[in-house]
Structures are given as C-alpha cells and as structure tokens.
Design a protein around this ligand. Structure first.
Ligand SMILES: [Zn+2]
Length: 523
C-alpha cells in the first residue's frame, strides 16, 4: 500500500457475457463503477477497478460453430465491442479480465482441486430438468407450468453424473452473515429478497457439465470428462483478477474490501453461490453486493428494436459521453428501475448542463478575459456574500463522501449542483458587469471574479468522477497547471487553490443547447 493512501478500495462490474451486444444496462453498471472509483481515488484511496468478460458456455460454443470459427477466435472478436465501448465511455478500469485467460483458468482449477481434496465437492447422479439456453438445472418443483422458470422455454429431462459443491451446509452461516452485515446486500429490498429465498432449503450446487454436451469450458482438474459450470467459473474472476493464489500481497490488499456492482437479475449467484464458494475456500465474503435496477426505454420494456435506439455508441454520437454519463447517474436513484427517454435526456442537457453549468462557466471566463485580459485577478477583502459562497462549497464537500459511500449518485449530483446554483446566484447578485463601469470598483470586481472562478475550480474537481472530459476542459481553461487526476479532495477541495496571475483560456460552450425540434427529427 502506498504510504499516502487512505486505505484500499476494490470495485467490480459483472464480467459481461461476451456474446451479448453491449446495451444501456452494461453501460450503466460500468459507468457507476467508474464514477465511484474515480471519486475514491480523489479521496486518496488506493483503488482497483476490475471489469471483463465471461467467455465460456454453450451459447458461445454454439455461436462460434454457426460462424464456423474456433470459440476462442469468436471471443477475441466479440470482446472488442465491450473494450471499445469502455474506451469511448472513458472507463478507467485497472484491469480487464477474460475467463479464457490462463491466469483465470489456473485459479478456477486450483479452487476446484482444493475443494475436492477437502471433500467439499462430490460426485452424484443428477436427475431433473435442464434449460439449454439458460444452462441451468431445475427440479420438478422449480418449473413454471413445465417450463424454465427463468425464460419460460421448454426444458429437457436429464439424468447424468455430475459434481456438486456442498453449498447446502452453509445455509445457516449465510443467513447469519447477511443478518449481521446490513450493508452486505444493498439496497435493503434485495437483502430481504435473499433472506426470503433462504427460508427454503438450500440445495447443493452442480458445478460441472459433461464434455459430451459442452466442450467450451474450463476442464475439471480431477476429471477430464467434465468442464466447469459457467457461473462457478465466472464468479471466481473477482479473486483471480486481483492475484488470488498468484500475487498474495496484492490480493490481501484488496480482499475482502470488494464492492460488486450487479444488475438485479444476477442477485442469487452473487449473494448465495459466491459467498458460500468463498466460505468453502476459507475466504471472507466481499464487503458489499449492490444490485441496481433496470432501464425501460420510452416507458417500454427494452426490446430488440428499442435497444437499437438507445445503443450506447449511438447515444454517445448523439449527446456526447459526459452528457450520457451525467444522465445515467442523475436521472434515477441507484438501485431503482429507470426510464430512458430522449425528451428527458434533452431536458437534462439543456437545463442542468447547458443552462446552469455551461452558462456559468462561459459567463465567468468571458468577463475575466474582457476586464482583466484573461489574467486571474487578485482578490481583496471579503464581504459576507463572498463568505457565503465559500461556505456553500465547504458544505457540499462535507456531504459528498457519505452520499458516494451509499452509492447515492443522484443525490451527490444534486448536492454538487448546489454550488452551481450558489455561484449563479452569486454572479447575479454581485453583478460584476456593473462593477466594471467604475474604476473605483476594480478591487471589488477582482474579488467577485476570483471567487466565481474558484467556485468553478471546485466544481471541476468534484465533477471529475462523473464527467471526466468536461472537468478536464474546465480545469485547463481555468489555467490550472496541475494534473486533475492527481488532486486530493481534502487538500485541493479547500478554498483558495486557484492562483491569481494564472491565464484563462478563451471558453467554448461546454454543452451547446440542443434544439428540441431538430433533435426529434434526427432521432
Ligand atoms: Zn431458461
């Protein structure tokens, strides 16, 4: 750990299924993780952000077969869609793990062997029902009218030998763990859902698939006729990605400080399978699993055709990266379901970004250019109104860390906008354009503009995790020479970090106003 560090912080997204076309839901989880990790770095934490792709299983094997290519070649091509989207979205992940990499496969096999050696895995005959698209077994009582309870498709009857992990023995331990750690599963509605699920007997987990049915997977180390069940394989990425059994110092820096961000559809695997698997190998469960909600589009459930309209690359082309990041974090409380509509997106951009933030920025910088040749003026004695602006900034800085710890991104942005509003009000009330008329008011004009620019510097600092490109643009236009990404909230959040004498860069609009009628035609 580096000596200046406040501690360690580890955040993950699910590893996305490599066959999927990246959609707004993938973008949502990944942007949320990125915002949080950037904020933690700003706070001084030594942070690690892991994302990646889940590349094994029947659907990948089948898609590759249909294209007549090797499954690995298929994955190598498909993974690029995620990697290029994350680059476009400015995702600052420290690593990208693919389950087909040797570093991951080795850890999966080591864990399987350890569990087997200790009698945590046994072989038994399995009789029941199997859903091929979901790659899941179901017992008779699980079925919904004879069909897969998850996807409502036909299931096939199956009888075969498989390997099982003794998950059932950890049921009471797991209930106890969830009850004692009220932030292990969030939001609370999801925690209650899992506690409800655990009122029924927990079964052992089938962790193998016979090769005669599926070849594309990680071979079971003690039986070459089988490969590993995709979920058992995939979940292990959270520890293989930070050096479990290969880099112990790094692993112990970050585990169990992990926060797993997931969609609510994969809650059971992450809060039942995963903690019991960890328990089986003697590791503590992650600190938090946070399940966010789903997006509908224009009030409707996402469908193939609608997905097309909100494909993340297309949204970036239309609105820009930062506007999209802002919308996703601002519009809906994290954990709730949300609705994407172009009308609300345009409204957010025009009101919050173009009007409130953008105008403040160009107004302030233009006045410094006009009245002080672009040189940041020296402030003189402060009046009450100046101190009020400083106080509102200090108040916001005090509130943000707690809101971010609760993953209340929308609240944090609402709080941050309090400085934007306070600054707009400050400019209106101090009326620098009137002060500019009289030579005797020069010192007061200098103070007012300095205070406004300093508020903008702090806004840029706090905005950086949410809107990295915009924040950088603001930072350099304010003549800041230090690296925005090396700032520290505690030290650099203090009032007065802006140096008089620095040179302002002539501003271009941060967010041009969107013409609603033109935009409707474009969409
Ligand atoms: Zn199914």
């Amino acid at each position: 750990m580096c000596p200046k560090s406040k501690g360690t912080f580890y955040i993950t997204t699910p590893i996305y299924y490599v066959n999927d076309v990246p959609h707004i839901g993938h973008a949502y989880t990944t942007v949320a993780a990125d915002v949080l990790v950037r904020f933690k770095r700003l706070e001084g934490y030594q942070a690690f952000f892991l994302t990646g792709t889940d590349e094994h299983g029947q659907k990948v094997e089948k898609a590759a077969q249909e294209r007549g290519v090797d499954p690995k070649v298929h994955c190598d091509e498909m993974v690029k869609r995620f990697q290029s989207l994350w680059r476009r979205l400015n995702i600052s992940n420290d690593d990208f793990i693919r389950t087909t990499e040797d570093r991951h496969k080795k850890v999966v096999q080591k864990i399987l062997q350890d569990l087997y050696d200790r009698g945590e895995i046994y072989q038994a005959s399995y009789e029941g029902w199997y859903c091929i698209p979901c790659e899941r077994f179901w017992t008779e009582k699980d079925l919904t009218e004879g069909k897969c309870p998850d996807c409502l498709r036909e299931v096939v009857e199956i009888s075969e030998k498989n390997y099982f992990f003794r998950m059932s023995q950890y049921q009471s331990w797991l209930i106890d763990h969830i009850e004692k750690n009220d932030r292990f599963i969030l939001p609370p509605s999801r925690r209650n859902e899992i506690l409800g699920f655990l009122q029924n007997p927990l079964e052992d987990l089938c962790i193998s698939r016979p090769k005669k049915r599926l070849k594309w997977g990680i071979e079971i180390p003690f039986d070459p006729d089988y490969v590993t069940y995709v979920w058992f394989d995939a979940l292990i990425n959270y520890v293989s990605g930070i050096g479990y059994s290969s880099d112990n110092p790094r692993f112990s820096d970050f585990w169990p400080e992990a926060i797993h961000l997931i969609g609510k559809d994969i809650l059971t695997t992450h809060t039942v399978y995963w903690p019991t698997m960890l328990r089986g190998i003697g590791l503590t469960p992650p600190k938090m699993v946070f399940a966010h909600g789903w997006w509908t589009v224009e009030g409707k459930k996402m469908s193939k055709s609608l997905q097309n309209v909100v494909e993340p690359n297309r949204l970036i082309d239309t609105y820009g990266v930062d506007a999209l990041r802002y919308f996703l974090m601002r519009e809906v409380p994290f954990g709730m379901d949300g609705d994407f509509s172009h009308a609300t997106m345009v409204h957010r951009i025009n009101s919050d970004l173009a009007n409130d933030l953008g105008n403040l920025f160009s107004r302030a910088l233009s006045m410094v250019i006009r009245y002080f040749d672009g040189i940041i003026p020296v402030p003189s004695s402060l009046q009450e109104i100046d101190l009020r602006l400083q106080e509102s900034s200090a108040k916001v800085i005090a509130q943000l860390p707690g809101q971010m710890n609760d993953l209340a991104f929308n609240k944090a942005l609402i709080t941050l906008w309090e400085i934007v509003s306070a600054s707009n009000k400050y400019v209106d009330e101090t009326a620098p354009w009137s002060l500019a008329k009289e030579e005797k008011d020069r010192p007061r004009l200098a103070t007012v503009l300095y205070q406004t620019l300093e508020a903008l510097r702090i806004i840029a600092l706090l905005l950086a995790p949410f809107m990295p490109t915009t924040a950088e643009k603001m930072w350099t236009h304010l003549g800041m020479e230090s690296n925005l990404w090396e700032q520290n909230l505690e030290a650099d959040g203090n009032w007065g970090g802006l140096k008089p004498g620095g040179k302002i860069v002539k501003p271009t609009p941060l967010f041009p106003r969107i013409d609603t009628t033109k935009m409707e035609k474009k969409i």
